[in-house]
Ligand binder design. Structure first.
Ligand code: PHE
Length: 337
């Protein structure tokens, strides 16, 4: 009897102080498990004389029931506590402002290139491409710039070992395209070009150009002006003044340079336009018959070509005063787009 009372008291104390479900389970095993103290007492009942068994048995079962209830209550209490703790830990404040995710964005040159492509594509121009590493034939000879001709010096060329070179302009794509396609044709050819020159606020040794080529019958400078004017209007999203002045490129005749009013200073004169109020953005002209011949076409075709400097256009559109910023990887600059 005293054993039973002692067991009950101790068990109740231990149940009461169990800190979590695992501890409680250990206490349970100690008293009511297969080898538990109370279990063993209950098991020994069968060996007792009948009278004692009835008396003692009742008490032992009462203790068992009392302890079982105590275990269940404690267990329910611990479970509720654990659930509460978990809830608190996982609590989400749905009204809290979200964390701002840093979203990537396009480089200004990519923006300018895409816009240019979109405008020309809507005017029926296909997009063509050529390799960055060119042969002398495509970069010079086929464009009516013979070897040893002083005109070749205009393009400060990076020569690679044993002949090939980094293209100095996108004009070789004219030849490559006309070799494979018959007129009438309209293309633009955006791409990187390389020039061996020192850099300053308006010069870089690596540039983007956009070549344009339109070949058909009865094509004139008027067509060139109309297409270029439409392009400017849509690219800058306003009317811009531009002018064609005679210039020399061996692969066109007549040749022009195309300038627009400097949008950085509004034509008043600044460092970007070298105080002239104008900025040269392209070379252009009527395709030279020798170019048609080199590409295997009849020199009776007519066409115009232009080569835009994409950096120049982007500088004017976004009012950037130093061409070197584009490839500087300076986030203070890039994050503004
Ligand atoms: N390829 C010339 C340059 O890079 C530009 C140009 C293209 C001129 C087409 C006339 C016609 O300087």
């Amino acid at each position: 009897m005293t054993d039973l009372k002692k067991i009950k008291k101790e068990a109740e104390k231990e149940i009461g102080s169990a800190k979590d479900l695992k501890e409680l389970q250990d206490v349970f095993n100690q008293y009511l498990g297969k080898r538990g103290e109370l279990t063993q007492i209950l098991r020994s009942l069968k060996d007792m004389p009948k009278r004692e068994r009835i008396m003692f048995g009742k008490d032992a079962n009462d203790v068992k029931n009392a302890l079982t209830i105590a275990f269940d209550e404690k267990s329910a209490g611990l479970k509720a506590g654990e659930a509460r703790a978990a809830e608190e830990k996982e609590w989400i404040d749905v009204t809290a402002p979200g964390k701002k995710i840093a979203v990537g964005h396009l480089h200004p040159l990519t923006l300018a290139k895409r816009k240019t492509m979109e405008i020309f594509q809507s005017m029926g121009f296909a997009v063509a491409e050529g390799p960055d590493i060119e042969t002398e034939w495509y970069n010079f000879d086929a464009l009516n710039i013979p070897k040893d001709h002083p005109a070749r010096d205009v393009w400060d060329t990076f020569y690679l070992k044993d002949g090939p070179l980094l293209r100095t302009h996108t004009s070789p794509v004219q030849i490559r395209y006309m070799e494979k396609n018959n007129p009438p044709l309209r293309i633009i050819a955006p791409g990187t070009v390389y020039r061996h020159e020192s850099t300053d606020s308006s010069h870089e040794f690596q540039l983007y150009q956009v070549e344009g080529l339109m070949v058909d019958k009865d094509i004139s400078v008027a067509n060139l002006k109309a297409v270029v004017g439409e392009f400017f209007r849509r690219f800058f999203e306003k009317e811009v003044d531009f002018r064609l002045r005679p210039d020399f490129f061996p692969f066109v005749e007549p040749g022009f340079d195309i300038s627009i009013t400097c949008l950085v200073c509004g034509g008043k004169g600044c460092s970007v336009c070298k105080e002239t109020g104008w900025l040269e953005v392209a070379g252009a002209g009527m395709v030279h018959p020798n170019v048609f011949k080199a590409a295997g076409l009849s020199p009776e075709w007519q066409g115009w070509a232009f080569g835009f400097g994409l950096e120049r256009l982007a500088m004017l559109k976004y009012r950037i005063n130093d061409i070197r910023l584009f490839r500087s990887s300076d986030l203070r600059f890039l994050n503004q787009f």
